[in-house]
Design a protein. Structure first.
Lengths: 522, 441
């Protein structure tokens, strides 16, 4: 139970720590959070809103990095560390008045401020109601009282910074051991979201999500040729604790990228033309994200994102009909996938998350939805895709983990490669760009290997491929089996105005695409 | 929001919590009101208050940084202690530069009281004007109208203190045909909200949308282009990294010479190209200091086609025996009095580009970018806009764009969507590379 001192001058940090610390048991939300939320719900009722929810959230981010660069003039390797730790705590209140949304947010988490900002949200909603043609209709949701934590064994924020720095110094140093590597960089980033949600429909939900990220980068420069190339190692970013960090094998991978960046620097440019592609999960995840993840967002199809992120080629008339890929292409949305970056027990509408098909046997069958959209496509419930990136941001439809089902049990990566006469294997994320309706895209990668006569050979440089979403997925003729399936992801997917970010994972096995247009870049 | 005196007092209090020889505090507070609309109605909107305290503590060249948004003494004390803990375990920064001494910042404030207070009574009528204009033509409008009021202060234990406050606003809209067959876009950023008129903005977006009917499918290839100011602004920010003296000397920039050295002093561009940083331009929101707390300086990066200066951060300046220059922000590409219509009139055959979308770096060294045209691509023939054109993907570098410039128009502030906030003119340029067709509307 929250102590009285929390509202009598204790520090906000202490309030947050007590609010989000362990409760009387670990299955129920902290009653102190419920008490704070009640202030908003009471005020909203008094002001005759038809709906109200409040999110009281605390975010914690830690970034630890080491860069090794040559000193100007001497070439001596200098070490540049970066250590920072950030916290953010506040609340946001959402209301519906006269069929229109209103929202207000503040970093001052007191009952008085919550009451005041609930009033502000109502003011916003009333003004909007005058020019709102379509009244908000929310799909029904059960009232939940629950507490959920993403699984982790070792809280990364409890691990000494010195331990993290030592690991990074060793890895970055390993990469820089060859003096032909110009500079190297390594970082470990950790993120946690303590989230509390309460609604006028009776839900009270407390969640904690912990995520871990790492990156190693090496750059090599050939001044005589005017060339600069890089190679990265990015372990899968996951909702996981520090226990994953030793499994990243940073030192071994540092040695690998040390060699590969030099090979990349010397690699010949790709010859443009139609080629078969074998795309590894560390690369294909982003192609899935951009071409399928975003095109199947209902808010885009409805025009809500027309002014910024864009709309979608998958208009409502194509639901259940449009062929996106070959029959082996099965893609699903899933905010319950273990360790996924978008994984949660409940979304920011208070909807229990689930798994649902998006592409079945190559056909587009379902959109990603939230509560105020479901009725627009005659669906009875939300698919739980509501998210706001901060207590100060308005919740809206964001991408769940969107993943590609693995292929047949007997299909191996070697099978994919051996079936290619003239092609390229691509690893890692590089340059990526797609139009505002998700038709035309161009993707680069972090590393490229030529495949000749069914064998992976030397590295190539200056590679990108261009295609059209449906053309591309209809060239997918083979996907490796489940043993190759890996989840990669992105933590900074931008959408909405004002822009919000989202962290999301995409699982897949290596897949092969036939006769895709490869271009030679600068 | 905190006044200058309150921010100074609070900074002093935070610095007094510090036990380390050096401590720096940045305080920022922001209030934002916004209305987002789509399908000719309001979707989400809000009123938000945020604040941040960034605290960096340093001892023996070891720095730790913490950030909190808690205002009370105990939280601030804890944040200072946290930054000191982080500093204590950090290795020394071998590119360390001493904290800045007391600086003199310009005593100006681009603050507009009306903008700072604007709420629904001011925002809603402009949004309604856009929606009504679109509805009256059977079109569908989406967009955002937002305004911010911000204060920021910096202080350190060496006695430096700076305070700034500013306002900004922006209305943008995309107007589409109800069947999704055409699209037009327009925006207006302004420090003073009263300059923004929904009616004018809607007219420009509507005109593009109504004109973009039955677009021509042209072959990808090299085209003469007339880029509207927003399209120019979308590309220019990508040049910024290349002006870094460090990356140029280290062989990683378009300003690196093969075999070593930089292009400083070389005439790389036509004489009509002058690119500079001007944070004091009143069209930009207030910005009195650049990274590291140095007062903003006016820098001319390209002077009449010649690479005139490189950007030195404090460390690289110290190692090079130069003065630090500040960053490559608040860009102004100088222009002429020529209008967009003049540029179109002077084009025999080319493409008129409204704006670009989803721009990403393909090769950081050559600044080759890829992206797409959006919300209004038209064919110009014999000095007139004749037909709409199906959108293209481009693969092109702003370096080559500036090298291929043939005419320049009148600069204006552009912001939002892609690209950084800058003051850019429309330009006419030859040989712009479009690499494939996009069917997106």
């Amino acid at each position: 139970m929250i102590s009285r001192r929390l509202f009598l001058g204790a520090s906000s940090a202490a309030v947050a720590a007590e609010l989000f610390g362990a409760g009387t048991d670990n299955k129920s939300p902290n009653p102190a959070l419920e008490k704070l939320a009640a202030a908003a719900l009471r005020e909203a009722k008094k002001l005759k809103t038809t709906y109200c929810d409040i999110r009281i959230n605390r975010y914690h981010d830690q970034n630890v990095g080491i860069r090794l660069s040559p000193e100007r003039g001497t070439g001596k390797t200098l070490e540049v560390p970066n250590v920072n730790d950030t916290e953010s705590f506040g609340f946001g209140v959402r209301v519906i008045v006269d069929g229109a949304w209103g929202f207000a947010a503040s970093p001052i988490v007191t009952p008085e401020e919550i009451v005041r900002m609930t009033g502000e949200a109502v003011t916003v909603a009333r003004a909007n109601a005058n020019i709102t043609k379509q009244r908000v209709i929310l799909a029904p949701v059960k009232a939940y009282k629950d507490r959920w934590t993403s699984p982790f064994e070792r809280n990364p924020f409890d691990v000494p910074i010195a331990e993290k720095l030592e690991l990074l110094r060793e890895a970055a140093g390993e990469t820089k051991k060859n003096r032909r590597v110009f500079n190297s960089f390594g970082s470990l980033n950790f993120h946690s979201e303590d989230k509390y949600f309460a609604s006028s429909e009776g839900s009270s939900i407390q969640q904690l999500i912990v995520q871990s990220f790492a990156i190693l980068n090496a750059t090599a420069v050939d001044v005589s040729k005017g060339l600069s190339k890089s190679r990265m190692y990015v372990p899968p970013p996951l909702s996981i604790g520090y226990e994953f960090v030793p499994q990243m094998n940073l030192k071994e991978n540092a040695q690998r990228i040390r060699e590969e960046v030099l090979e990349h620097l010397a690699a010949p440019p790709a010859k443009p033309g139609k080629k078969d592609l074998v795309l590894m999960p560390s690369h294909l995840f982003l192609t899935i994200h951009e071409s399928i993840g975003h095109s199947t967002e209902l808010d885009r199809a409805l025009g809500y994102e027309a002014n910024y992120a864009g709309t979608s080629f998958l208009t409502l008339d194509k639901l259940g009909k449009e062929r996106i890929g070959t029959p082996i292409v099965n893609i699903y949305g899933d905010r319950t996938t273990e360790k996924g970056l978008a994984t949660a027990a409940y979304d920011d509408d208070g909807v229990k998350t689930s798994r649902f098909p998006i592409i079945e046997n190559g056909i587009f069958t379902h959109y990603q939805t939230i509560r105020d959209q479901a009725h627009l496509i005659n669906e009875k419930e939300s698919r739980g895709c509501c998210y706001a990136d901060s207590w100060s941001s308005v919740p809206f439809q964001r991408m769940p983990n969107v993943s590609l089902e693995p292929g047949k049990a007997e299909t191996t990566l070697e099978d994919l490669i051996s079936g290619v006469d003239d092609g390229i294997l691509i690893e890692g994320r590089g340059s990526y760009s797609i139009d505002q309706q998700r038709y035309n895209f161009q993707f680069g990668g972090d590393a490229f290997w030529e495949i000749k006569g069914g064998k992976k050979t030397g590295m190539l440089s200056q590679v990108a491929y261009q295609s059209r979403t449906t053309d591309f997925w209809q060239t997918c003729d083979s996907i490796a089996n489940r043993s190759y399936w890996q989840m990669y992801g992105t933590s900074r997917d931008g959408k909405g105005e004002p822009v919000q970010i989202n962290a999301v994972s995409h699982g897949c096995s290596p897949a092969r695409f036939r006769q895709v247009n490869v271009i030679q870049t600068d | 929001m905190l006044t200058r005196e309150q921010a100074q007092k609070l900074s002093e209090k935070i610095l007094a919590f510090s036990k380390f020889p050096d401590c720096a505090v940045t305080i920022s507070e922001s209030e934002e009101a916004f209305i987002r609309f789509a399908n000719n109605g309001v979707t989400t909107s809000g009123f938000t208050n945020t604040r941040r305290f960034v605290i960096s503590s340093t001892r023996d060249q070891k720095t730790g940084t913490s950030l909190t948004n808690d205002l009370d003494d105990a939280s601030l004390k804890a944040a200072v202690a946290r930054s000191e803990e982080l500093s204590a375990v950090s290795p020394p920064n071998q590119e360390y530069v001493e904290p800045i001494s007391p600086q003199k910042y310009a005593d100006v404030s681009n603050w507009d009281e009306e903008t700072s207070r604007a709420r629904s009574p001011i925002l809603v009528p402009q949004v309604k004007a856009v929606i009504d204009a679109a509805s009256s033509k059977g079109l569908v409008a989406a967009g955002l109208f937002n305004r911010t009021a911000e204060i920021s202060s910096i202080a350190n234990k060496r006695g430096n203190f700076g305070y700034e406050r500013g306002t900004d606003a922006g209305l943008s809209t995309t107007v589409r045909a109800a069947d999704g067959s055409s699209s037009g876009w327009s925006s207006h950023p302004a420090v003073r909200i009263r300059e923004i008129k929904g009616v004018d903005l809607a007219e420009r977006a509507l005109e593009k949308c109504l004109k973009w009917k039955k677009p021509l499918r042209l072959e990808p290839g090299k085209y003469t282009v007339v880029l509207e100011p927003k399209a120019v602004g979308d590309l220019m920010e990508w040049l910024a990294f290349g002006f870094s003296a460090r990356s140029a000397e280290e062989g990683r920039s378009f300003l690196s010479k093969k075999g070593g050295g930089t292009q400083l002093g070389e005439k790389m561009f036509p004489a009509m190209v002058t690119l500079r940083s001007a944070a004091d331009d009143r069209r930009f929101p207030t910005s009195l200091w650049s990274q590291g707390g140095l007062p903003q300086r006016a820098n001319t990066w390209i002077q009449k086609g010649v690479v005139n200066s490189l950007a030195y951060d404090r460390y690289w300046a110290m190692k090079s025996g130069k003065e630090p220059s500040g960053g490559v922000g608040h860009l102004v590409l100088e222009g002429t009095s020529a209008s967009l219509a003049d540029l179109i009139k002077a084009t025999e055959r080319g493409l008129l580009v409204t704006r670009f979308w989803y721009i990403r770096s393909v090769n950081p060294q050559t600044v080759q970018l890829t992206g797409l045209t959006r919300d209004g691509l038209f064919l110009i023939e014999n000095g007139e806009v004749t037909q709409p054109v199906v959108n293209f993907r481009f693969n092109e570098s702003p370096v080559r764009l500036l090298q291929n410039i043939t005419r320049i128009g009148t600069p204006q502030r552009v912001a939002g969507g892609e690209g950084q906030d800058m003051i850019a003119p429309a330009v006419q340029a030859s040989n712009f590379t479009f690499s494939s067709i996009s069917d997106a509307v």
